[in-house]
Design a binder for this molecule. Sequence first.
Ligand SMILES: Cc1cc2nc3c(=O)[nH]c(=O)nc-3n(C[C@H](O)[C@H](O)[C@H](O)COP(=O)(O)OP(=O)(O)OC[C@H]3O[C@@H](n4cnc5c(N)ncnc54)[C@H](O)[C@@H]3O)c2cc1C
Length: 464
Amino acid sequence: MKDDQVNNTNEMPEPDNNAPKSGISRRKALKYIGYGTGGILVAGTAGFYGYRKSFQISSAEAAQVRKAKIVVAGGSIGGLTVAARILRAVPGADITIIEPKTIHHYQPGYTLVGAGVYDRNDVIYDQESLFIPGTKWVKDYVEAFEPEKNRVLTRNGEYVTYDYLIVGLGVETNLDSIENLRDALQTDYVGNIYDLESAEKFRKLAHNFEGGKAIFNFPPGYVKCGGAPQKITWLSEDLWRSQGKRDNVDIHFYTDRHTLFPTVPKVDAAVKPLIEARGIHNHYNHVLRAIDTSTRTAIIEQRMEDGSVRELREHYDLLHPMPRFRTPKPLREGPLTREGIGGQLSVDRHTLQQTQYANIFGVGDNAATGAAKTAATIRKQAPVVAGNIIDMVLGYEPSNKYDGTSGCPLLTRYGRCMMFEFDFEGNLINEWLYRPTQETRTWWNFKVHGLKRLYRHVMMNGYV
Ligand SMILES: Cc1cc2nc3c(=O)[nH]c(=O)nc-3n(C[C@H](O)[C@H](O)[C@H](O)COP(=O)(O)OP(=O)(O)OC[C@H]3O[C@@H](n4cnc5c(N)ncnc54)[C@H](O)[C@@H]3O)c2cc1C
């Protein structure tokens, strides 16, 4: 298929659906609609009441909060959602955001770009359009944190002082963690979905792939959206099946982990047989160490049960390499991290307060909470951070607690998704709502059409 023929709808390919059709009577249908409408009204009213109540703060308290200088390092979904949430509670609060980029990327859409469902215009926003009016913007990088002096040094040499600081710098791919990855990404056989240009390239490679060995991997350490490497593997398999090329493609997924989705055992148990039945070869306890572009070889290390390491050399015709992640330099080499957490921001996992400096809080991917690194996590963290900063300004201890909730839309094939929420321990939450172990079209449609709106219009406007 030529690139300009890439299907840009969610209809490709038509998924298997052998389920017997069952009808219900008109009377029953009306009854269910009645129940549904009633339920939505009750939930909506309760939600709105709770939401208004959570914002209640007296005008004297609001005036006090307005005197505090609040600085946010990093103006993406984490930083912007906290800022917006504070501004909803206290219009006119003094908030400065330090963010160097003028174009914002909706990263959860990269997987759909790689799959040919979205194009680049679906995932980019003008950064300025995302700020709530009244927010101040320092268009620069944080160069260094100076928490003893309550200030941040920017790359242009400016000091930005604060009373309260929120750190939301996210995590970045470490391209040096796989030997020769930078060169490999320039070749015609290698691409991944972890930046926009590469996701566009991967879409072309996958759609034009005529067959051979396709290799995907999952790296060690913390990973931004731990479901993404699996999703792109499974969508690619489905694509090749729909194109009639499946018999020509040998698909291998090498993961550092001991099973496909160890963080949520119930989902792992449900999804593994489905994927294995599709003939994808999963290899556990394997790490992609290096790439030899001259012979198109992936050099992979296998951790054996006795602790030894065996080296494998696998030829590839298409490679989707995933490097490790790390936090940006001012964080990983600065005073806000500690030993043993891979350069992440050291926080209390419930209050999200920095462990050494009480006037600093963390949100999103850069915070060492142990929770999944997803925008879904931020939806639950942002109100906690906003509430705790307001508590502190008013002289209270932080009273809001993050419970570890995160979520994941696992795109198992085109038109099908398993949606679930889980806690710190990997227990599923709200199973009645998600039916998390089933692949459904409803949740696929929600991922493709709903989540972006939730991200842009609900979260970034502070309605969390
Ligand atoms: C391929 C892919 C698929 C994903 N799928 C999903 C999904 O399906 N569902 C989901 O919920 N999440 C998903 N995510 C994860 C989601 O995108 C991230 O969890 C989210 O973007 C994290 O937000 P953040 O604000 O913590 O960090 P980021 O969004 O990474 O933003 C960090 C910000 O900090 C800025 N910054 C960096 N360094 C500096 C500095 N020195 N000074 C100042 N600013 C700096 C950056 O410019 C950036 O704006 C996916 C991510 C990827 C890449």
